[in-house]
Design a protein around this ligand. Structure first.
Ligand code: ADP
Length: 495
């Protein structure tokens, strides 16, 4: 199959969260299965294109934006260790800026930036002579390309048979903007803007809604989240829209690229380890505690449980629960706590305060750090993810492979990947709580801690965790099945 992918993030080039990891892992997997994959990504300032081996090519791409045409240079390269091709869209006026989306509020012209990406996706496929079977778009950033395909491109020989699939990673981001700005840019006449129309959403334009209603097939990143966005407030106002497309919507659990995330061959770990050599995990913990937290060797070896977190510091991740729970945890249960994260200022300040007040029991790194992410996930005994909502969540799946026991709120993908440990049968590999309250979180951590080094449970828990298989291969195969359904749908519509 020829698969054209458009996304706002792609690891290792440009990453904010799980979206980057999953788009890269899928592309790599499909390429390894023999499919031709082309991923299109904006050339953000942070990407050292030449350093990653990208080459600029001729000609540039011309992108219709309303009454005018804008141009972008194209750079071609590949994903590291993969045959999947990557095309960087070099439009400095949109993308040569700090970061990806512009924190914390987002750049005011994000609508325009991502409409440009969506339109360029279809135009550059023509420049490169890439005739896709599937156009795979992700989140609001490229969702509108599904409608652009249907409306402007499907009659061309290049896209005659192309089916579109939209994957929704997070419904909280919808690309809502002023119709006076975006309709002319997209070439949509005003007659099509009226209550209840595709282009209208409470007096605005909602790019995600347009994608949901017009992509041939839809997916989201876990079965539970697929249900939640149709039936609960987690649909963020789009419950009805998702329900209209219910028959075309599936939940495909994200997967892990175990080449990147396995304790046996993790290049960031001082000591590689496996289920057969769990002493290696202890050594990683000691090294983290001495090297990063500055603990003396004897103290680092003490059997004190270490709770870890690697996360964006946003409301989604349940940080407000931690504001209530962390101090009592540290004071009363004498745990150690390590956090790597960045995000909302008040949350960052809270963790800075905590680190200064409880040093060296609590250590915190505010910022983005790939190597530290791997080291914390390997070193921690437990990983905390008390999310308010979680479309899938990758970090808990990484933790499982590293024998780090997840303590999670049972929501979305966390519910689908973490099974409660049952001390009677010795099954399960984590601890879940349902209510979004500090008491539920505190009680569950306390319960989980009762198994720390308590044999035979501790050994069983870790072995069960490490035996979980959430490989990206399984996800990639399920996407291919979905792509087949999308192609069938397009063929049936043509007939
Ligand atoms: P989300 O996509 O909602 O942020 P996921 O759990 O799906 O959550 O994915 C988060 C990804 O981002 C993981 O790969 C995690 O290791 C990484 N990550 C999050 N914050 C940081 C950080 N501060 N430094 C390094 N990696 C981070």
């Amino acid at each position: 199959m020829n698969i054209l992918v458009g996304a706002a993030e792609l690891a290792p080039f440009a990453k904010v969260g799980g979206l980057a990891d999953v788009v890269a892992a899928l592309a790599r997997q499909w390429a390894a299965m023999g499919h031709r994959v082309l991923v299109v990504l904006p050339k953000y300032r942070m990407i050292d294109a030449s350093g990653w081996g990208f080459q600029p090519i001729e000609p540039s791409v011309a992108v219709p934006m309303g009454q005018t045409v804008e141009y972008a240079r194209l750079w071609l390269g590949t994903l590291p260790q993969s045959a999947a091709r990557v095309c960087l869209l070099d439009a400095p006026h949109y993308f040569d800026r700090e970061g990806i989306y512009g924190n914390p509020e987002g750049y005011p012209d994000n609508d325009r930036r991502y409409i440009f990406l969506s339109r360029a996706l279809l135009e550059l496929a023509q420049v490169l002579g890439f005739s896709p079977d599937i156009l795979h778009v992700h989140d609001y950033h490229t969702a509108v390309a599904a409608e652009l395909l249907r409306r402007f491109y499907r009659q061309t020989p290049q896209f005659y048979k192309t089916a579109s699939v939209l994957t929704v990673h997070n419904v909280a981001f919808q690309g809502i903007s002023d119709p006076a700005r975006v309709l002319p840019l997209l070439g949509i006449p005003w007659e099509e803007f009226y209550p209840g129309a595709l282009w209208e959403y409470y007096g605005a334009v909602n790019l995600l809604k347009v994608g949901i209603l017009t992509a041939d097939k839809l997916s989201t990143v876990s079965p539970s989240y697929a249900w939640e966005i149709r039936h609960t407030a987690l649909g963020e106002g789009l419950q009805g829209v998702f329900s209209v497309r219910g028959a075309d919507l599936v939940g495909i659990l994200n997967g892990v690229d175990y080449e990147e995330w396995s304790p046996e061959r993790d290049r960031y770990l001082p000591v590689p380890y496996s289920a057969e050599f769990l002493a290696g995990k202890e050594l990683n913990k000691q090294r983290l505690l001495t090297e990063w937290a500055g603990l003396p060797e004897a103290e680092a070896q003490a059997p004190v449980p270490l709770l870890g977190m690697v996360t964006r510091l946003t409301d989604q991740k349940g940080i407000d629960l931690l504001l209530h729970v962390l101090e009592p945890l540290v004071q009363r249960l004498a745990v150690r706590f390590a956090l790597l994260g960045s995000g909302a200022g008040p949350y960052e300040n809270f963790f800075r305060y905590l680190a200064s007040r409880y040093s060296p029991q609590v250590f915190v790194y505010i910022g983005y750090n790939e190597s530290l992410a791997h080291r914390i996930i390997a070193a921690a005994d437990f990983l905390l993810m008390p999310s308010r909502y979680e479309p899938c969540g990758l970090t808990q799946m990484y933790a499982l492979r590293y024998g780090t026991i997840p303590i999670v709120r049972a929501v979305g993908g966390l519910r689908d990947t973490v099974r409660d440990y049952d001390p009677i049968s010795g099954t399960g590999w984590g601890f879940c709580f349902a209510d979004y309250t500090p008491e539920a979180l505190f009680g569950t951590v306390q319960y989980a801690l009762s198994f720390y080094r308590a044999e035979p449970h501790w050994e069983r828990l870790r072995r069960n965790a490490m035996a979980c298989d959430f490989s990206i291969r399984r996800s990639a195969e399920q996407y291919l099945q979905l792509f087949e359904w999308a192609l069938e749908k397009v063929r049936a519509e043509r007939a």
